[in-house]
Structures are given as C-alpha cells and as structure tokens.
Design a protein around this ligand. Structure first.
Ligand code: AMP
Length: 363
C-alpha cells in the first residue's frame, strides 16, 4: 500500500517512520526542493494547488492524507473523488478558520472564550467595548505558533490594530487567565471507532510549544474526550485530531483543533502503546486502530531554532532524540526530545537535565 501525503514536513516524516513497519510506502507532495519527509519516501515536487500534481498523487497512491490544514477545499474534494482522502475536506476547512471553528464548538455545546468576528476597525472597537480588555486578536486564517496574533492590554493598543494585522478577517477573544493548557488527541477509524490518548499538559513559550507531558487521570479527561468525540462525529472525521483547551476554574474552554497529528502528541512515539502517527496511518489505510495507553511517565521537549549538544543529550538516561533533518532557523521546530522514566520523580529530574541543555532560539 502507498499513502500520499500533502505536505512534506516533519509530521509527514514521522508518519512515514510509523508506517514503515507496516510496509506502507509514502509519496509526499511538497513545493520545496528537499522537504524533510523526502528522506522517507518519494517526493512529488509541486504546489498543493497544482491540479496535475494532485492527479498524479491520486494515481500513484491508494489513499491520501494531509499534514497541514491549508489545502484548498476544492483540491481536497477532487482528490477524494478518486481515492479515499482523510480527514474530509470539511474538517480541514473548519480548522483553517478560527471563526468557523469556534462557531462549530459553540453549536456543539463546547464552551469557548468570549469571541467576536472582526471585519474592520469599527468591528474591533465595538467588540473590545463588549468583551473588554485584556483580549487577544488573531487572524482568522493562516495563524500558527502564536503568529498573526496581538494581545490588547489597554485602549491605546486597539487603535490601528486592524491595519497593523494586514486588514485581514480577524477574531477577537477575551484573554483567558487559565491555570494551564492541555491538548486532547484522539483517532477515529473509517468505521467510526474512536480512541483517546491521555490528555497532555502543554507549556508554551512566546506562543510556541515548549513542553508536553501526558497526564493519565487528569480530572478533565472525560470532558475533553466528549468534546473531541462530538467534533469528530460532526465532521465525519477519519484520522488523528488534536484539540487544545485552556483549563480554568470552571473547566475547559476550547481554543482550537488541528485536523492532523500534532506536536503535543509526539511523546506517544515512545510513550504510548501506539503512537498518534501509527494510528493516523492505520485509520487512513483502513486498518484496525491500536491501543492508546501511556506506557511509562514521559514528556516531550521541543528543539527550536538551534540544536543542543546532541551527544550530551544522548548520554542522559531515558532520552530519545528526534532530528527532523531541517536547517536551524530562529523560531523553527527542528527536532524534539522525548524523556522517559519509571516514575514521576525521576521523570522530573530527567526533564530538568534535558531542559538545562536546550539552547532554543525562539526568534
Ligand atoms: P493559538 O495559536 O490560538 O493556539 O495561541 C497560541 C497560544 O497563545 C496559546 O497556546 C495560549 O498560550 C495563548 N493564547 C491564545 N489565545 C488566548 C486567549 N484567548 N487567552 C489567553 N491566552 C491565549
């Protein structure tokens, strides 16, 4: 079997690594010269909108999936006419637009921060008057790792913000004074079966994920599972999906979904019976889903912008090194390190030792 992946970044690379023991082969559609996934499969070099390239991908592959959400809906629908293509176009379109996404959460009875849709500066002024400050304004589309966002703390921050963010459709959100952030990751098979990994507690720095740690027994696991299942069923989802939440005194507030494998699930490669990558491949390929139990206490630390001393990390007990084969650049995710231990105390010591070696450049 050959799977086609639209996108050839590290997520595609780790999907291919997970598919290899199942003897599944991969083709990546990506416009760059040597995307990092191409070390693990065929590379079709073309833009994701290139109709001829999309047809070739469909011809060469038995099923198609995506490692990012910014694929035009029409292109996904065309692929799906020829081959099984998951997740469905509707899921990608929903996750691409923060307003559409949060509107769906509200429709499904999933609590969200106060929100307003902004199409010009007058909308923004009115929304700030209603929601109050502090608040966060975000571009509706194309945002990632905290990009295309601005925190509005005082009235002076509001003036001119619509022009500053490029006069694009925006969403205003009340600023949530959360206790911590978690993400729920689940996989849904072609037959509708859903399996959940334990939620992970996430720590961000400058809007970029720094660390994720699965938390079996988290008191809000059930609530997170219910929300993710509602979204998956509504979108007739197939594959792995991540859902990020703010944990507040009143429970969970939904932030966003990612219709794909997610950085906060990388711990599952070594830390779970079946990783998010393998289960995504299984779901898209129509295979039975695997056990999502966490095997041992573990955590994941991102390597961003610059590599730490690799050999010093490898020499520490319980560490697993992942180098995506990408050139370091400030703010760029170039690898991650999984830390494993037999108990929570040892894990905390080991994570602190790895953290002390990191030389991340967030840009
Ligand atoms: P996002 O791109 O929406 O995931 O935002 C990136 C990060 O910014 C989140 O993980 C939070 O740490 C922070 N953030 C986003 N929205 C809010 C909000 N409404 N209130 C407080 N912090 C936020």
């Amino acid at each position: 079997m050959r799977l086609g992946i639209v996108g050839g970044g590290q997520l595609g690379r780790m999907l291919a690594q997970a598919g290899a023991p199942l003897d599944i082969r991969f083709t990546f559609l990506d416009p760059s010269e040597a995307p990092c996934a191409s070390a693990h499969g065929e590379h079709l070099r073309a833009d994701w909108q290139d109709e001829t390239a999309l047809s070739r991908l469909a011809e060469q592959c038995d099923a198609i999936t995506f490692e990012f959400e910014n694929v035009p809906t029409a292109a996904v629908e065309r692929l799906a006419e020829h081959r099984p293509a998951f997740p469905p176009a509707q899921a990608l379109a929903t996750a691409r637009d923060r307003w559409v996404e949060k509107s769906l959460f509200r429709e499904l009875g999933i609590a969200v921060p106060p929100i307003a849709r902004i199409d010009d500066q007058a909308d923004l002024d009115a929304a700030v008057a209603e929601i109050g400050l502090p608040a966060v304004v975000k571009t509706r589309t194309m945002g990632y790792d905290g990009k295309g966002q601005k925190v509005l703390r005082e009235a002076a921050d509001v003036a001119g913000t619509f022009a500053e963010l490029g006069e694009m459709p925006l969403i205003l959100e009340g600023f949530i004074d959360f206790d911590h952030e978690i993400s729920a990751i689940a996989v849904r098979g072609r037959d509708g079966e859903i399996r959940h990994w334990p939620v992970a507690r996430n720590e961000h720095r400058q809007g970029i994920l720094h660390r994720s740690e699965p938390q079996p027994g988290h008191p809000l696991q059930r609530q997170a599972e219910q929300a993710i299942a509602r979204v998956m069923e509504k979108l007739d989802y197939v594959g792995t999906l991540a859902f990020e939440f703010f944990v507040t005194g009143e429970g969970l507030l939904a932030n966003e979904i990612a219709p794909r494998v997610h950085n906060s699930g990388h711990w599952s490669i070594e830390g779970a019976a079946t990783s998010q990558f393998e289960n995504h491949v299984r779901a898209v390929a129509g295979l039975p889903l695997g056990d999502t139990t966490r095997l041992v206490p573990c955590a994941m630390l991102n390597v961003i912008g610059a590599f730490p001393d690799r050999d010093a990390v490898l020499a520490l007990p319980g560490t697993r090194w992942h180098d995506y084969g990408k050139a370091p650049r400030p703010g760029r995710k170039i690898g991650h390190i999984t830390v494993l231990a037999v108990d929570d105390r040892t894990l905390a010591e080991r994570v602190a030792a790895v953290d002390a070696l990191l030389v991340n450049d967030l840009g």
